[in-house]
Design a protein around this ligand. Structure first.
Ligand SMILES: Cc1cc2nc3c(=O)[nH]c(=O)nc-3n(C[C@H](O)[C@H](O)[C@H](O)COP(=O)(O)OP(=O)(O)OC[C@H]3O[C@@H](n4cnc5c(N)ncnc54)[C@H](O)[C@@H]3O)c2cc1C
Length: 288
């Protein structure tokens, strides 16, 4: 199919894009990498009156270390994030997850802002942003606000973004020196969206686990962090047995829904296996 007719704009600055978005009204849409919106336009699942193309806004394509935080502009491509030495050093969880998104061609075009705004529940960046509680910086004509990922994602493909708002950048906390992180996913074919994915972080102090965080996608409508399930395991001596116990507790806590293709029990089993493997990886990285 072909998209329904729309008016096309290609602004050369963020100010211009925001003004066009405000003037066009609620049925306008911005397009970044086009890897999700493109198919939706073709299938007429999205029929915007106006399409505002962000691809000339080079001011939104950057990766910076700003005051101890890793700041990534919304127009930064998945592949730039995966390959960035700064991201690999400051937020290895994000780089590791970015490498697993779709296929090479998708990673060359897809952007972090587009992935967060699209909010597919199985997508990598929403999971990492939620697990690390990244801050999403949002702008509109004459205004701006900052939302933690925990308030940004609302339901399947639904976020707190208003129609006249654009994501400007995302701020991720940097990995601590005593911390290790790991990302694991399971999908049926290389490049498919994950059935279940796990992001884990573990910090050690004096050979005890001082902090552990486990985020999951594929078991609920939006990515979720399982702090209550893992809290009893803080303060314990880290080991493979510890990772197995945490994974069992997380498995007991999740309650995915059955769907026609994948049973809830299968998702629970994947959860246990992936959480255990991610924690073993994260522990070995935390130990250095
Ligand atoms: C075959 C295939 C496989 C894929 N596999 C995966 C996968 O395994 N994991 C994964 O995470 N993703 C996957 N994707 C999706 C891919 O990562 C997309 O690039 C991403 O979801 C959307 O980013 P984009 O820049 O292409 O956004 P677009 O498609 O341009 O836009 C998506 C949505 O975000 C909005 N938007 C874009 N930029 C902004 C902004 N700065 N501010 C506000 N709103 C904005 C648009 O209006 C639109 O609603 C896959 C895509 C395809 C086609």
């Amino acid at each position: 199919m072909k998209p329904a007719a729309f008016d096309y704009f290609r602004p050369s600055s963020l100010e211009e894009a925001l003004a066009q978005l405000a003037a066009a009204g609620e049925s306008a849409k911005v397009i970044a990498g086009g890897q999700s919106l493109g198919p939706m336009l073709n299938m007429r699942l999205a029929t915007p009156s106006d399409l505002i193309d962000l691809n000339d806004l080079t001011e939104l394509a950057y990766i910076r270390d700003v005051a101890g935080v890793l700041e990534i502009g919304a127009l930064t491509r998945h592949d730039q994030i995966a390959e960035s030495k700064l991201v690999q050093a400051r937020c290895p969880l994000l780089a590791q997850a970015a490498r697993t998104i779709g296929h090479y061609a998708i990673r060359q075009r897809g952007t972090i802002g587009g992935s967060l705004a699209h909010a597919d529940p199985a997508a990598q960046f929403p999971l990492i942003a939620t697990t690390l509680n990244a801050k999403i910086e949002i702008v509109k004509l004459g205004g701006q606000r900052s939302l933690p990922a925990s308030a940004f994602f609302q339901s399947v493909m639904a976020t707190a973004l208003a129609p006249d708002e654009i994501i400007r950048c995302v701020r991720f906390p940097k990995v601590a020196e005593n911390e290790g992180t790991s990302f694991r996913l399971f999908n049926r074919r290389h490049g498919d969206y994950a059935i279940v994915a796990v992001a884990a972080t573990v910090a050690l102090d004096d050979d005890r686990v001082s902090r552990v965080r486990v985020g999951l996608s594929g078991v609920s409508a939006i990515p979720q962090v399982w702090d209550d399930a893992v809290r009893p395991f803080v303060g314990r001596t880290p080991s493979a047995a510890w990772a197995a116990e945490v994974a069992l507790a997380v498995r007991a806590a999740v309650s995915p829904e059955d769907d026609p293709r994948i049973s809830a029990v299968y998702r629970k089993e994947l959860t246990q296996t992936l959480v255990e493997r991610a924690l073993v990886d994260a522990l070995s990285r935390a130990k250095g």
